[in-house]
Ligand binder design. Structure first.
Ligand SMILES: NC(=O)c1ccc[n+]([C@@H]2O[C@H](COP(=O)([O-])OP(=O)(O)OC[C@H]3O[C@@H](n4cnc5c(N)ncnc54)[C@H](O)[C@@H]3O)[C@@H](O)[C@H]2O)c1
Length: 303
């Protein structure tokens, strides 16, 4: 089986490459390296079953070339950062909406067995109540969330109208090694250097999910092309952001202080996913303590 992974040099993509390469699959990797790094794929350099294409989702021809003979697609390539997405609206729209449209057209032409699309909890906006189930209205207030809603709707239309088997996963805050610029790696870096931890607002409650659980969910989703409804991928447990700071300071034996800053206007204040669908349909059971793998991030910091 030949599999296309877009965004393969990024955080989640490169972990997925590790998992699928271990299974012995033939992989085509597409990434324009705008945010991903070849270092994340270094261990696969000599693997003859893995073919890397330095290409762009916005280029339809490159997408068509990459997908040739692939029967499964994990479409992870995206402008993935909310703050950058809001600052660079054109790139966000062209990559996340037009790029996904290119993938859908090519996947339909190729008659793939399954396309997995990672959406985000950002599609919901600020929830009315917690935990948030998948039937809640999509009320995002930022361009990243808007691009994910648009892409989801194209996925839905291609499934309904053309029968394209596409599964949508709405992921919460993923953490793990190789992530560089979200709250956990930024705070670990600061804590290790005993520099202040920037805290925007400090009232947030977030749903963190360990990278390996997300990889399991992606792989399981590809085995269930019949799943029509979007599925939340999260821990189902809320972590107050100040608890996260405390855990990081303890683990790093750091004397860093917290530097309280005004909240970002792009941030959702409280989010916890309802994860029954993930459990029942994908068979994924998150751990009781969503942060139980923080020591692993520290241990494998240089990965
Ligand atoms: N990490 C999270 O917490 C999280 C949560 C919800 C959803 N997601 C989604 O999961 C996917 C992967 O996220 P990630 O955290 O690995 O992000 P990432 O930024 O590490 O990976 C995205 C990859 O896409 C590549 N890319 C960007 N624009 C491209 C383009 N035009 N053409 C080709 N490649 C391009 C980047 O170089 C990068 O390697 C994204 O779709 C993201 O929106 C992530």
């Amino acid at each position: 089986m030949k599999i296309l992974i877009t965004g393969a040099a990024g955080f989640i993509g490169s972990h997925l490459v590790d998992a699928l390469a271990a299974r012995g699959d033939d992989l085509v990797l597409l990434d324009n390296l705008s945010h991903g790094r070849m270092d994340n794929l270094a261990r696969h350099r000599q693997n003859p079953r893995i073919h890397f294409i330095n290409g762009d989702l916005r280029n339809e021809e490159q997408v068509n070339q990459a997908i040739k003979d692939c029967s499964v697609v994990y479409h992870l390539g995206a402008q993935s950062d909310v703050v950058n997405a809001v600052q660079d609206l054109d790139t966000t729209f062209q990559t996340n909406v037009v790029g996904t449209y290119h993938i859908l057209k090519a996947a339909r032409e190729q008659q793939v067995q399954c396309l997995v699309f990672p959406s985000s909890r950002e599609v919901y906006g600020e929830p009315h109540h917690l935990p948030v189930d998948e039937d809640q209205p999509l009320l995002t207030t930022n361009a990243y969330g808007a691009s994910k809603i648009s892409a989801e709707m194209y996925c839905r239309a291609f499934r309904k109208h053309y029968g394209l088997p596409v599964v949508i996963l709405r992921m919460t805050n993923v953490y793990g090694t190789r992530d560089r610029d979200r709250v956990i790696p930024v705070w670990i870096k600061q804590a290790r250097a005993c520099r202040p931890l920037p805290v925007f607002g400090g009232q947030q409650v977030l749903d963190f999910i360990w990278i390996d659980t997300v990889i399991q969910a992606l792989i399981s989703a590809a085995q269930h092309p019949e799943l029509e409804q979007p599925i939340n991928i999260g821990s189902g447990t809320g972590t107050p952001i100040l608890d996260l700071a405390r855990r990081i300071l303890e683990l790093t034996n750091s004397t860093s202080e917290l530097s309280l800053l005004p909240p970002r206007d792009t941030s959702v204040l409280r989010f916890v996913a309802r994860v029954e669908r993930m459990r029942d349909l994908l068979g994924i059971h998150p751990p009781k303590d969503p942060l139980e793998h923080l020591p692993d991030v520290l241990e494998r910091w240089d990965e």
